[in-house]
Ligand binder design. Structure first.
Ligand code: AHM
Ligand code: MG
Length: 335
């Protein structure tokens, strides 16, 4: 009915965040303003992606190499700057830390009143840009602790349970924003005609088990034998399907909706794997736990890992409880 459609169209992200925040006390208004800014960043990035090929400076590389030793794409830079500009006028964020910046970026006009830090991966899976496949942005909000007078951001080196909010934006056939503030996981879909993220599913729960496993099997001979044993088990057992998109956000989104497991184990060359804890694995672990799933390094829960440095990497096994436990059962045999 018209009433129902209207009600749905009016459940915007900002309204939902305010409802969620009723129990948040003094941080409530701040978090709501922060989430609105993140939504704006998502809309700006989505708009640019939708015009890839039609306008300049969307496709391709800049010719530079980032702190991680990876070639930088034009969209990596654009998206990194979008988050900075969006938070410049917020008054709330004094510091941003991302995959594209070796040191955190300070917004002097917001310090010291800005009480929050934004950790983010501006474009996750950026190699999908040039081939028109889904990709994402990942974000995490933490309260700034202490004064950070030396500019080293040591207070960020704490476990993932300290996250106030976390989520991702997925740029696919539609643009979606998925977030949690520790009170469930919620899906929003961008209605381009309104320019608003509209609630499309509330309190999402991940299935206990799913039939999809998601891993870059090209690294098979680079892994520890225990992971090979798991893959052999999957190959021998009926009912498993492989899916791997090259953008973790897409793979995690599918895992959240349909169940299963996503893995990025350590390799011979990269014993800690590829994924960064603070702005990739920890925010996604926060979401998946909130949805009733699990995320582990194989040795401990991702949310309990205390990093030693900002860009620290960890192996990641994340998804449905039963499927994560299945992978672990092979790892335990090795210990
Ligand atoms: P990025 O943030 O630099 O794009 O790297 C992260 C991405 C993940 O989205 C994806 O799952 C993984 O790297 C793919 O890496 P690989 O090609 O080694 O499998
Ligand atoms: Mg990434």
């Amino acid at each position: 009915s018209t009433d129902k459609t209207l009600d749905r169209d009016c459940t915007t992200l900002s309204r939902h965040v305010l409802q969620q925040l009723q129990s948040f006390g003094p941080n409530a208004q701040d978090l709501s303003a922060l989430m609105n800014r993140i939504a704006l960043a998502g809309k700006l990035i989505a708009r640019r992606f939708s015009r890839a090929g039609l306008m300049e400076d969307v496709l391709g590389f800049t010719g530079e190499v980032n702190v991680q030793g990876e070639s930088v794409k034009k969209m990596d830079i654009y998206a990194n700057e979008v988050f900075i500009s969006v938070f410049k006028q917020s008054g709330l964020v004094c510091r941003l830390a991302s995959e594209e910046m070796e040191k955190p970026y300070y917004i002097p006009e917001n310090c010291p009143i800005g009480r929050y830090t934004l950790l983010y991966d501006p474009i996750d899976g950026s190699s999908n840009t040039d081939i028109n496949l889904s990709l994402g942005s990942i974000f995490s909000i933490r309260q700034q602790e202490g004064t950070d007078s030396d500019g080293e951001a040591k207070d960020l080196l704490t476990n993932g349970r300290k996250q106030l909010a976390a989520g991702y934006i997925i740029y696919g056939p539609s643009t979606m924003l998925v977030y949690s503030m520790g009170t469930g996981v919620h899906f929003f879909t961008l209605d381009p005609s309104l320019g608003e993220f509209i609630l499309t599913e509330e309190n999402v729960k991940i299935p206990e088990h799913g039939s999809v496993y998601s891993v870059n099997e090209g690294n098979f001979w680079q892994w520890d034998e225990s992971y090979r044993e798991y893959i052999r088990y999957v190959h021998r057992t009926e009912g498993y399907t492989a899916r791997y998109s090259g953008a973790m956000v897409s793979d995690i989104h599918r895992t959240l909706v349909q169940g299963g497991v996503f893995l990025y184990p350590g390799t011979l060359q990269k014993p800690e794997g590829k994924l960064r804890l603070l702005y990739e694995s920890a925010p996604l672990a926060f979401l998946i736990e909130q949805a009733g799933g699990r995320a582990t390094t194989g040795k401990m829960e991702i949310l309990d890992v205390v990093p030693k440095q900002l860009h620290q990497r960890t192996p990641l096994i994340i998804g449905s409880k039963q499927d994560v436990a299945k992978v672990e059962s092979f790892l335990k045999k090795e210990d």
